[in-house]
Design a binder for this molecule. Sequence first.
Ligand SMILES: C[S@@+](CC[C@H](N)C(=O)[O-])C[C@H]1O[C@@H](n2cnc3c(N)ncnc32)[C@H](O)[C@@H]1O
Length: 472
Amino acid sequence: MVEGAESEQGYKQSPKQGSKQGSKQGSEQELKQKPKQGSKQELKQRPKQNPNKEHEQYEQEFDYQLRKVKEGLAEIFVPVEKKISKQMPVFYNPIMKLNRDLTVLLLKQFPEMSICDPLAGTGIRSIRLAKELGSYKEIVANDLSSRACALIMRNMQINDVEFAVSNKDANLFLLESKGFDYIDLDVFGSPNFMLDSAAKRISRGGIIAVTATDTSALCGTYRDACRRKYWAEPVRNEIMHEAGIRILIRKCQLVGAQYDKALVPIYSLSKDHYFRVFLRCEKGKAAVDNVLKQHSLFWLDGAGKVTIHKAIVGNATVGKAIAGEAMVSKATVSKAIIGRATVGKVHAQDARTGFGPIWTGQLWDKELSRRIAASASPAAADEGPSCSSCSYDCRLFSKIAGEAETDALFFFDIQKIIKHEKIKKNIKKSVVIKAIGDIGFIASETHFSGTGVRSNISYDGFVGVLKKLATH
Ligand SMILES: C[S@@+](CC[C@H](N)C(=O)[O-])C[C@H]1O[C@@H](n2cnc3c(N)ncnc32)[C@H](O)[C@@H]1O
């Protein structure tokens, strides 16, 4: 197969090397919309500066202080701020490097795309994609803030890349566009306000990437906020992060469903204060119906089992269904049952309410997860915990590739189960995983919890393994 051609799954067959910079399609028109400051013409006329004077020059030009940072292959100017907040003249959060690393690694697995960065900030994401992908059909960076657009222009110049920059409200920008193969919703807080326009403008086979930083709503600190914003009941216990990301995914899918677009997760990440999901768009009623069938509401019954309640599409009956049930307050061990084979078990300590509806299907495409882990570090498996030679968080990506192999909903929390089952010995996670593998089941770590094991073994089987190990 020729370089860059698609495999059956739509992935690129081989990584591109040294291919030319992406086209500048659309840039001239878009550049007209950008603020005068930092325009292409203006940049060309500016005499070359002594590099040591760079800071001074930019600080005069921009009415705030700048510093230079290196991230991936990009070097950009960002505002000097003591505190990362929305109040920064232009927003840049170094902690989100991992979020951007993942974006680059994931998009490298697909053929050339038209890329839209509608909430671009300093432009770091678009600039990294322009430099690190090697080739693409088109990149357009947009931000409502004219200060951000001016900084994007400057950052493009110092990185020797060029793409279109637009200075509009992101929804307006998307709705006026012809659509894109990749749309990156990197918002403050909830992505809700962007979901509709992104769902409308994503192409068939395209990918919408969603960041949500309002994990306190999705994970049940603010239950009312979760009901209002995500039309679901959160759960607040050891599975809250996985449940929260599944609530977020379902919300995106409900918005897509309105336009006959099935949004299927191909990669999911829960990290620090945010969730990140990549959803691939399949068009057609059958694909959408298939997605909606995998939305389920769970409850905890008197024995503490989590069971499927019923699949509910939309918001209407969710609150009522939950309120109408008498939920137990002290359920401990739970069992998840959904409309496919064994799905693992949930050990839920706080069972004062049911939760969901959630997306119960895959969080990761297995092959894609393997490819991302491999491209983050081909030697990831051998590098051990320090892994200092890697620029990517290769251990995290290989952990995720491992859990993607296990078709199980939720995971077992070793500490909780040991306590509940009154097992008197602490057992190492790696020992449990090996023992489960030895009796023919799949087991892996989970990036959602340090004490979790994702496995297709039954709850009783899991407890049996723990008890056996405890007697050794
Ligand atoms: C979280 S920051 C984006 C960070 C950036 N994507 C990165 O990776 O560093 C969100 C950005 O969205 C912009 N923004 C907020 N509301 C917007 C809107 N309605 N339309 C366009 N841009 C908006 C803000 O100015 C800010 O730069």
